[in-house]
Write a protein that binds this ligand. Structure first.
Ligand code: SF4
Length: 389
């Protein structure tokens, strides 16, 4: 098994996902390196230090690029992995720089080597990791597989709307399976209230019977526009506003931050002219509109925002679904929608960074395709709501 330093983050948060990814990579294209490689063997695996830049060869200084705001523990473990592999190749490593648009730090990686080795050792020596819900599950391509496994055991792990603390509380009352949720609902009511319990019971029934359940009558759903925004988060730049209008995809693309205001104004004009509801998934679009309106001193009346309808909220409030999460991907895939690209919310930020660095138009075309699929998926799941109920 070949493990890259770029796998460290996933191994840290979900070794199960990392195993799936590394295995599928073996079957397809092998390790995609984005920079200069050093490698060594350990625990029966090949460890590859995949750095983003060799800043200097004598003395040897390497750089690992990130996009986030803060340095986290897994960055230190990734650095320790890189440092360990390079020094195992007999090189003297002067320093490792971890850099993002928000910081640039020369890290003290040596104290993290033993923790990193213990983590990688366990990873190499373990065949199957059990399903443990993490923040990665929402966008994970393996979530359907994990969900199926968990459903077979009737575990509450993927029960929507149950936080870790509530889960612990339920367990302390002996409520451990989906059937327990249904049979012991009076106890749950006392713990979390009537409304939330009702929701949980519907959710458990939906998973056990593998079918959607309507929680309460749906409001009227009219024809409308579908909106999805792509942002380059490191500089808070909203570069793409994709609109689906009567089946036609209309992208509003800002070529650089100087054109953001102009592009935003064109989108407002387009939406204002239509007069139809604007469907979007989750609150991101509304938040960005409010932020951009403040940034460019544009007055947007309440009536403008009253046309925005969050399809995520429609699902959460009205429907119990047998899905691992209420993400757009999860819901749309459940109903049979397929994306044409492998991008997700995080990867698309990296892709855009790559586009900025290289100017490669193919990357931009892929981002446009991903954005178009997002608005089409939003339309698709809204139609499903009308069809099923
Ligand atoms: S769905 Fe969650 S538990 Fe399963 S592999 Fe993905 S991140 Fe891990």
């Amino acid at each position: 098994m070949v493990i890259s330093s770029k796998d460290v983050k996933t191994i840290y948060f979900c070794p199960r996902k990392a195993k799936f990814e590394i295995r599928s990579r073996k079957q397809t294209s092998g390790l995609q390196s984005s920079g200069m490689n050093f490698q060594t063997d350990a625990f029966g695996c090949t460890l590859v230090a995949d750095v983003d830049e060799v800043v200097s060869e004598k003395p040897l200084i390497v750089k690992i690029s990130k996009t986030g705001k803060k340095l986290a523990e897994y960055h230190m473990l990734e650095s320790a992995f890189v440092g360990y592999v390079i020094e195992s190749c007999g090189k003297h490593l002067e320093s490792i720089i971890v850099e993002s648009p928000y910081y640039s730090v020369t890290v003290n990686w040596k104290p993290y080597v033993s923790k990193m080795l213990s983590m990688i050792g366990t990873f190499c020596e373990t065949d199957d990791f059990r399903v443990v819900k993490t923040h990665l599950c929402r966008t994970c391509q393996y979530s359907a597989e994990c969900f199926r496994e968990i459903v077979n055991t009737e575990s509450l792990t993927f029960l929507h709307g149950v936080k870790e603390k509530t889960l612990e509380k339920l367990k302390s009352y002996g409520i451990r399976t989906l059937k327990d949720v249904i049979n012991m609902s009076p106890i749950i009511e006392e713990l979390i209230g009537k409304e939330k319990t009702k929701r949980l019971v519907f959710q458990a029934q939906s998973i056990l019977n593998n079918k959607p359940i309507l929680i309460k009558p749906l409001p009227k759903i009219s024809e409308g526009l579908y909106l999805d925004i792509e942002s380059y988060t490191p500089i808070s730049f909203d570069y793409l506003f994709g609109i689906l209008d009567n089946g036609l995809y209309v992208p509003f693309l800002a070529p650089d931050p100087n054109h953001e205001e102009d592009t935003f104004k064109k989108v407002i004009e387009y939406i204002s002219k239509s007069g139809n509801p604007v469907y979007h998934f989750h609150n991101y679009e509304v938040n960005r509109f409010k932020k951009l309106a403040r940034r460019y001193n544009i007055e947007l009346p309440k009536s403008f925002f009253s046309r925005f309808i969050d399809v995520y909220k429609l699902y959460v409030d009205y429907v119990a679904l047998p899905v691992p999460s209420y993400s757009l991907k999860s819901i749309a895939r459940y109903f049979g929608f397929n994306w044409r690209t492998q991008l997700n919310g995080q990867l698309v930020v990296h892709s855009y960074a790559e586009y900025l660095a290289t100017g490669d138009e193919r990357i931009l075309q892929e981002i446009l395709m991903y954005n178009e699929d997002d608005v089409r998926a939003t339309e698709f799941i809204l139609k499903k709501l009308k069809e099923i109920f």
